[in-house]
Ligand binder design. Sequence first.
Ligand SMILES: *Cc1c(COP(=O)(O)O)cnc(C)c1O
Length: 463
Amino acid sequence: MDDDSTTDEYRRALEVAHRRALRWLDSLEERPIRPEVAVDAILSRLHRPLGAEGLDAAAVVEELAEAAEPGLMAMGSSRFYGFVIGGAYPAALAADWLVSTWDQNTGSRQPTPATAAVEEVAAAWLLEVLGLPAESGVGFTTGATSANLSCLVAGRDALLRRRGFDPVAGLQSAPRIRFLAGDAVHTSVVLAGRIAGLGAPHTVGADEQGRIDVAALARALADGDGPALVALQAGDVHSGAFDDFTAAIEVARAADAWVHVDGAFGLWAAASPALHHLVEGLATADSWATDAHKTLNVPYDCGVAIVRDEAAMTASLGAHAAYLPVVESVSDPYDRVPELSRRARGVTVWAALRSLGRRGVVDLIDGLVDAAAALAEGFRTIPGLEVRNDVVFTQVCLAAGDDAATAALGDWLRAEGTVWASSSTWQDRTVVRFAVSNRGTDAEAVRRTVDAVARGAAALGIR
Ligand SMILES: *Cc1c(COP(=O)(O)O)cnc(C)c1O
């Protein structure tokens, strides 16, 4: 194949992708949010023998888009509230296309100077907007789960080194680390702890919104001895609640514990002066995990691991000289994440932040919080429904008088298609969870959402 035809094949394939991408984006606000068909229907279209002969690139992309579209969830819609899922800013999405096109394996600074530099700028901006120590190490991971893992591993090893134990020798003969968290600890932290060899956390208790019981944490720390790692939470997935960082970190410091904060979506509260009360003391922790693919609205996948002591991070995650507690030269991207090879996912963070500016970031966060408050206010006007949580951030848990009616309302909403919210169980009650995470959730989206919920409640005879 000569160069011209290679270029031509790229052009034709990318043109199809461009056309189908715009068509998808144009449909987002008006199509039903739920997928039109389930996974079996897509499988029945696509799952055939591979066949001996290949297909032209443009035809492949067309076939893919045609087959996939009916099974796509409109996760980028302003009325998608499931799980905690952000949309994608135009600058971030377009930058992501370039990241794929450039195809830079951004592990090391020297061979990929451009993308490594863009990520370093993105990291510095992130620390600035989140009010975290500027000297922190930042790794761009696949998500908050691997960011939690990265931070827990850094903390685990730092604690072991403080006891004179070299973590490179492995955990089999290492001192036992006590791993503590509140009862509302996210499953991702539990998983990360298991992978890190810490086991499931000892949960010390929490209040009715999910905030860690600080007095119980103090007692648990005083009851035992040996190194301790405490996982706190910024943003409970049901209530949106934030732990009392000032008090919890003071208690943890007294026990010489490492303090990690899972702030997959909640860490972003630190970017808004209006939300200062939620995050007081947050910046004094040792490590933080967050996502850019949630609140910052960059495309999947992009999480961020942040460790105050960068040397501790690179000592644990670095691909070389892992036994050296101090790294003197500038670290490489692969020294701060669990992978060697990876896409330059931090470029989307640069693009989103560059397009927003500091004021745009504040407006994004305040807009999500305002939308959650407006949803709660609207829901409270609907007879027979109640908002179960204190709406302090972006999460709203809705319930009818009994669990069966709440479950039916969740099913009705998802089937009707104007909105998509997850059903869950919280504080022993069935709830419909609205996690406001999309930059487009404005007053009109809120109005249409409240209207859909009111129609659902009426259709189900909830009063
Ligand atoms: C989403 C979430 C995680 C996990 O993040 P992923 O990006 O899905 O790996 C962890 N903690 C909290 C509080 C979350 O909301």
